[in-house]
Design a protein around this ligand. Sequence first.
Ligand SMILES: *[C@@H]1O[C@H](CO)[C@@H](O)[C@H](O)[C@H]1NC(C)=O
Ligand SMILES: *[C@@H]1O[C@H](CO)[C@@H](O)[C@H](O)[C@H]1NC(C)=O
Ligand SMILES: *[C@@H]1O[C@H](CO)[C@@H](O)[C@H](O)[C@H]1NC(C)=O
Ligand SMILES: *[C@@H]1O[C@H](CO)[C@@H](O)[C@H](O)[C@H]1NC(C)=O
Ligand SMILES: *[C@@H]1O[C@H](CO)[C@@H](O)[C@H](O)[C@H]1NC(C)=O
Ligand SMILES: *[C@@H]1O[C@H](CO)[C@@H](O)[C@H](O)[C@H]1NC(C)=O
Ligand SMILES: *[C@@H]1O[C@H](CO)[C@@H](O)[C@H](O)[C@H]1NC(C)=O
Ligand SMILES: *[C@@H]1O[C@H](CO)[C@@H](O)[C@H](O)[C@H]1NC(C)=O
Length: 364
Amino acid sequence: MRPRQEPGRPHRCVMTRLLLLLALALSCRCCPDNCLCSLETVKCQNLDLNAIPHSLPANIKSLFITGNSISQINQTSFPTRLENLTDLYLSDNEMELVEAGAFQNLPNLERLDLSNNRILTFDEHALPDDNKLKLLNLSRSFHNGSLLDFFPRANLLQLATLDLSNNNLEHHRLDGTFTAMSSLVTLSLRNTLLYTIENWSLPALRDLDLRDNNLKFLPSATLAEFSINRSLRIQLLGNPWRCNCIIDDLVAWLKNSTQVVDSDNLTCFDPEAMRHTPLLQVQQSQLECSNRDGVLETSYVFLGLVLALIGVIFLLVLYLNRKGIKRWIYNIRDACRDHMEGYHYRYEINSDPRLANLSINSDV
Ligand SMILES: *[C@@H]1O[C@H](CO)[C@@H](O)[C@H](O)[C@H]1NC(C)=O
Ligand SMILES: *[C@@H]1O[C@H](CO)[C@@H](O)[C@H](O)[C@H]1NC(C)=O
Ligand SMILES: *[C@@H]1O[C@H](CO)[C@@H](O)[C@H](O)[C@H]1NC(C)=O
Ligand SMILES: *[C@@H]1O[C@H](CO)[C@@H](O)[C@H](O)[C@H]1NC(C)=O
Ligand SMILES: *[C@@H]1O[C@H](CO)[C@@H](O)[C@H](O)[C@H]1NC(C)=O
Ligand SMILES: *[C@@H]1O[C@H](CO)[C@@H](O)[C@H](O)[C@H]1NC(C)=O
Ligand SMILES: *[C@@H]1O[C@H](CO)[C@@H](O)[C@H](O)[C@H]1NC(C)=O
Ligand SMILES: *[C@@H]1O[C@H](CO)[C@@H](O)[C@H](O)[C@H]1NC(C)=O
């Protein structure tokens, strides 16, 4: 055993030195080519990079790699641990893939800006399980709504601000999407083509931006959820409010609530006659469902059902009386035949050529 260890010692020494050198090289204070470095901030903007530069200073706090063409980030993107990196800006990169382990070496990341990309998949293990992320900016960054699947599964327990504005969420239900984010304080869903807001509970939420969507009304269950915590502030401007009976609850709630910061500026879009009328000035008596609206549609459905029922009963009666009807039809047919036969007989007598000859002969 002993003689074996003796020659190993100098070898191990070289190894340690090499590792030390490597560590020094990796923790360099150098600045990547063409980037701007100042104190603990590095900016590599509009450089047409297609990967994150590797020679980043070890003490870096903020990193801006915007306006490049980094189509994916994965676990090779940050090969060394950057303990102090808290702010990472990756907007405008045409990014499509955020893969597992991408941010594994950034244990203290607090603000992540991925806006203005076209992300197709965001792996739920991209961030470390015990991440400290507080702000996530995904404004105008969805390729399509499939990115929403990421949220319920990702560990975003400390996330306070989420910006999802300017994405197309039209065909996606949001219930359950945010339930795991118990610390969420600010949520922007501005300009996301939403036409309904239902069934979510975000106990800590204080600021909800729903401007510029397709909301026509808000169901009373949603209003009740909004009212649970009166420190919640909501923005609703720029939605096509439909001022008929369906908006009843919303108007009553708006008049009694201080939670909607832009309530003074909300106006009706539908019906034509009420366009631009402020919601707060609408009277309950004006909120009737006119002939073109829902109530009539339901009455049409009802009418259709009644007619169908009558039709079915009629057919049933016919079926049950089929023997009587058959008899009746036979009777009619027989009557007709009798009548026709009588007629036929008379006609035949008149048109019999022999009789005609007879009469001629008798004339002769
Ligand atoms: C990881 O991403 C870089 C670009 O950021 C890319 O060049 C590399 O091929 C990717 N690696 C894998 C295994 O996908
Ligand atoms: C991170 O920041 C702390 C405090 O500012 C500092 O003591 C430490 O050396 C920094 N870490 C690195 C790797 O530079
Ligand atoms: C997200 O990024 C967009 C532009 O990329 C910016 O306008 C917006 O203010 C950012 N949101 C937050 C919450 O920082
Ligand atoms: C999103 O786009 C991808 C690729 O185009 C497609 O496979 C996926 O089904 C789409 N998802 C949704 C929810 O539309
Ligand atoms: C709301 O969501 C919860 C769970 O996400 C579900 O159990 C419940 O049925 C939903 N309620 C409505 C009215 O959609
Ligand atoms: C309402 O929200 C505020 C701020 O998020 C929070 O401090 C407070 O505990 C909440 N109150 C209730 C009753 O949930
Ligand atoms: C109006 O709001 C108060 C609390 O601000 C509430 O107690 C009351 O029930 C509300 N009235 C109506 C008619 O909703
Ligand atoms: C709301 O309307 C008031 C005047 O009624 C105007 O001064 C204000 O700028 C408007 N706010 C918005 C956000 O449009």
